[in-house]
Structures are given as C-alpha cells and as structure tokens.
Design a protein around this ligand. Structure first.
Ligand SMILES: O=C(O)CCC(=O)C(=O)O
Length: 230
C-alpha cells in the first residue's frame, strides 16, 4: 500500500551520540511474525497487564515481559503482581534480532562507521524484553530506563500505529527534547551517552498502520534490554 498515510521513505537519523532511528527496518513478514509471537506471549505464561504505578494508578499501556518480569520499578524472576509465575524466556531469534539491530545502528566489524565504543553487536545478549501494547489513547510519560544494572543499549522495535516518540536529555524530563514519529517496522536504538536519556510517548496516531503489518489496531513496542542481573 502506498500514499502519505503509510510513508515508507523516511530517513535514518541520529538524535544524539548512540541514539539512532532507522525507519522501516523490519519488513512486513518480520512484523507479522513478531505480532503473532506477541499474541502468544500476551496470553501467558504470565498474561499481559497494565502495571500499577507506586501511586496506585495503572499505566495506560499494557505490558508483558520476557526473561525478567518488570514492574515499577524493579525486575524480578517471578511475576509477583500477576499470579507469581515465571515469564517466558527471551527466544534465541529475538536475541539474534537484537544483535542485528545493533549492527544496523552502530555498524559491525569491517564496516565503515563501526562504533564498537557504543556496544559491540556480538556482546549484546538481551535477557529481558518489555512488550507494550498501546490501545487508542494510551501513552507513556517521560522516564529513564534505569532499572537495569547494565549500561548496554536499549533496542526498540515498533509495529502498528505510528506514535509520537519524545526523546530528551539525560538530566531532566523537560526540554530540550525532540519529537519524532515511530512507524511500523521502525528501529530505535539508544545507548552510549544517550542510554539514560528521558523518553516517552505522548500519543499514538490511530489508523496509521498499514494492515500488512499484522496488527489491525493499536501499537506494539518491544524494548530489548540487558538487565545486568543474574
Ligand atoms: O513505546 C515506546 O516506544 C517506548 C517504550 C518505553 O519507553 C519503555 O518501555 O520504557
């Protein structure tokens, strides 16, 4: 499908050192495969749920985790806020995809522009994935991903509706920040000096996804991370 509603020709951009946006990185086959996997993970062994913030308010986003269970603001082996079971492991194919994502963002040995100081793809072994589902109206406030003990990059994959993604600075959740659109199939990596930048999703844009992505409505975001925990 073509047309301005489903743009496929956006440019790769670096929002700061180590913060790289690669539009349309996943093809539709890959997107559909990931959506199908997410449908299974959403059912169990630990079902998708809205995590509850310390003030008692549930997040508007629904989340299911792999590897380690995350709840505000810690990782645990068991999902103590959702029945106490163990979440599914991060499958090998997703770890491989994470390494490919890093190679895409930071280059690989022998390639021009290779930036091993940001992180070497072969050293990237994400042991957790947070899978967020944004129904119409869901959003995520500005925050840092800092519950991990590792400073390894975060690899973010988006499928479904386009969102406005706000990427800021490492010291305050306010300006300066940059708003970009993350569309279906987009890759965003933030590591190195950008690893602990505040970021959030002020809104999604319902009806903007190409149906070929496999998701009829809403937006899925997967972030791969290394917790640094054993
Ligand atoms: O949905 C996104 O693109 C960002 C998700 C995020 O910031 C998070 O899971 O911590």
């Amino acid at each position: 499908m073509t047309g301005s509603l489903f743009p496929r020709d956006r440019d790769r951009a670096e929002l700061g050192t180590g913060a790289v946006h690669v539009p349309g990185w996943l093809d539709f086959d890959a997107q559909r495969g990931i959506v199908e996997a997410c449908r299974q993970w959403a059912i169990g062994p630990v079902p998708m749920r809205a995590a509850v913030l310390p003030g008692g308010h549930p997040m508007s986003v629904q989340t299911v985790c792999l590897g380690w269970h995350w709840q505000p603001y810690k990782y645990t082996r068991t999902a103590d806020d959702v029945g106490g079971g163990r979440v599914a492991e991060v499958p090998d194919w997703l770890i491989t995809l994470g390494r490919r994502a890093l190679a895409e963002a930071y280059g690989a040995p022998g390639q021009p522009g290779y930036a091993p100081e940001l992180w070497k793809p072969e050293d990237y072994t994400p042991d957790t994935a947070l899978i967020n589902y944004y129904a119409h109206g869901a959003h995520m406030g500005m925050h840092q991903d800092k519950d991990e003990k590792s400073s390894a990059p975060v690899v973010s994959l988006s499928i479904g509706d386009t969102c406005i993604f706000r990427f800021g600075n490492t010291s305050t959740r306010t300006k300066p920040y940059t708003d970009i659109e993350l569309g279906s199939g987009d890759l965003f990596v933030f590591g190195g000096p950008s690893r602990f930048a505040y970021h959030g999703v002020p809104k999604t844009l319902p009806g903007t996804a190409d149906p070929d992505c496999g998701l009829a409505q809403g937006r899925i975001n997967i972030t791969l991370r290394m917790t640094g925990m054993s």
